[in-house]
Design a protein around this ligand. Structure first.
Ligand SMILES: [Zn+2]
Length: 93
């Protein structure tokens, strides 16, 4: 899966802000988990980490929502405005 997913969705939705993450390691692990390529250990670690690290928590949920948007786009369905608003709200937090 492409790593610039969030930025492409951001330009698609006209969002300019980028969520912050605490460190690069967190970020790459986050993408591995979201892409379904992580081991059980890694998933467990990430879950524990995001619960204690608010930048990663925020980023994780935004990326999850972005993945949802991609699904709609791929299926050529209209993206629910709830979902778009949800991402925008999270980015504005
Ligand atoms: Zn973190």
């Amino acid at each position: 899966m492409e790593k610039g997913l969030l930025s492409s969705i951001q330009s698609l939705l006209g969002i300019k802000k980028t969520p912050k993450s605490c460190c690069k390691d967190c970020l790459s692990l986050l993408y591995t988990v979201l892409d379904g390529e992580a081991t059980d250990e890694e998933i467990k670690y990430l879950n524990e980490h995001v619960n204690s690290c608010s930048p990663c928590y925020q980023h994780y949920h935004i990326e999850k929502a972005v993945k949802e948007v991609i699904k709609y786009k791929v299926a050529k369905k209209e993206v629910p405005s709830d979902l778009i608003n949800c991402i925008k709200n999270k980015l504005n937090q």
